[in-house]
Structures are given as structure tokens and as C-alpha cells.
Design a protein around this ligand. Sequence first.
Ligand code: ZN
Length: 112
Amino acid sequence: MARKHSKHGSYEDVHGEVEELAPVAPCWLCGRPTGKTIVWHHPVPKSRGGRDVVPMHPICQQTLIANFTNSELQRYGMDVEGLLANPAVRKFVDWVANKDPDFTAPQAKKQR
Ligand SMILES: [Zn+2]
């Protein structure tokens, strides 16, 4: 599904069923396009004063939360490269790279 920005071609509009309402935001962590569900993740946790949000897959956010504490997330902030340097995160991103954008895996929830 290639993006078509050209409007001058008349025959293009005949098959104009695909509406691109908004540009697809790539996931902050894995870089794949986001699917139906976009999580707006705070790289710096809200409780730590973070105000910036980034689009992410739910599964990617779960991975971050599972591998980092709030303090660590605050320390990394917008430094996604730092997060990707974590072997567990790196492994996850490589693994999820070929999955469907809407793919979610049942993950063991931490009981708190
Ligand atoms: Zn992702």
C-alpha cells in the first residue's frame, strides 16, 4: 500500500477507497507503523513530570514497563537508543519486527 500524494492523475480517484486520514505514526520503540491501537507513551513517566508522549504499540509499551523501572525510564527519557541498548529490548524489537502491527501477545502480568 504505497502512499499516493499526487492528486493530478484523474484515473487515480476511481479507486480511491483507501482513505489516509492521518499519516501513520511509526512506533517510537520498534519503528514499525502503529496498528489500530496506538498507545501514547510517556518516555518520562507522568509521575516524574514527563509531558512528552510518543506513539507506541501496546506490546512495545508493555516491554518497556516490564524491563525498566520508572527511575530508569526517567533517566533514559527520550533516548530510545539507550533503551534499545538493553539486550532484552533489542531482542524483543528484532522479534516483533516481522509481526503484524496489531499483533499483541498475552504477557504475564505483574502482580503488584
Ligand atoms: Zn512498536
